[in-house]
Design a protein. Structure first.
Length: 263
């Protein structure tokens, strides 16, 4: 049978309606192929003691020669074969960690100076973290100054002052007893643009970390006993996983830039 004419159909009768669509990887000759399997029952129906059997129709999917590269976000990557040679769970955890680190830096380093950011400002005291508005009475003095009254928790005044002075908000708080005055200068367009550039720099750091994790795992596959005929497919699977996390972090970066630039 010509490989271009591969079509495999296996049908059995079952009373339950179609509930699941899964992606399968099967082999024709020496070539691995991707297939779509429409399964007419839940996985439990595949158990030996189940009375019915699912309807399964398997189709060979061919990439178009005219369409060039496939668009991102296609079928899920099947990591079953990869797990025999690399730990995909560890790989994805490392990539997720790179994205989480970027998100943490966004919060820590890219906050605009505003009344809202000061109210939700986090203060650590005796091993616990508190929002400033939870431990202080906050009022406005004019348009550009926030007054923080620490009378309810005077013992925390120093911790609040230290946290404000060292924060990424670049504030200059002034203290009078248990009262703290925080000038909030107007945020300029130039300052917003600087922060937007920092957001891109943090994304690039995240992207490079993900790519290093990708290349480390490809190196492991290259040195593994996996048959050479399967290695190129395995490399593509690893790159597809990495591309997903890069795209996710890039979307976050663009969203943060829009927020910083007031779009």
């Amino acid at each position: 049978m010509s490989s271009l004419g591969i079509f495999m159909s296996v049908q059995r009768t079952i009373l339950r309606p179609c509930r699941q669509l899964s992606i399968a990887r099967c082999t024709y000759g020496n070539s691995a192929i991707l297939a779509r399997a429409a399964i007419s029952s839940p996985i439990d129906a595949l158990k030996p003691n189940h009375k019915g059997y699912p309807l399964v129709v398997v189709h060979r999917d061919y990439a178009s020669k005219k369409g060039g590269k496939k668009s991102k976000g296609g079928a899920p990557v099947n990591t079953h074969g990869l797990n025999e040679h690399i730990d995909t769970d560890v790989m994805t955890q490392q990539m997720e960690s790179a994205v989480e680190t970027m998100k943490t830096e966004f919060v820590k380093s890219l906050s605009l100076r505003s009344a809202g950011s000061v109210e939700s400002f986090k203060v650590k005291y005796e091993g616990k973290e508190y929002e400033l508005q939870q431990i202080a009475k906050m009022t406005r003095k004019g348009q550009q100054t926030i007054v923080v009254d620490m009378l309810s928790f005077p013992q925390m005044t120093k911790a609040v002052m230290d946290a404000l002075k060292t924060s990424a908000l670049n504030l200059n708080p002034q203290q009078e007893g248990t009262t703290i005055f925080i000038p909030i200068p107007k945020v300029t367009k130039e300052h917003r643009e600087i922060l937007a550039k920092k957001a891109k720099a943090l994304f690039i750091t995240c992207r490079d970390s993900i790519k290093r994790i990708q290349e480390n795992n490809i190196k492991e596959l290259r040195e593994s006993p996996m048959p050479d005929s399967e290695k190129q497919t395995a490399y593509k699977q690893v790159r597809a996983i990495a591309d997903k996390y890069v795209a996710q972090s890039e979307t976050m970066m663009k969203g943060k830039q829009d927020e910083l630039l007031g779009k």
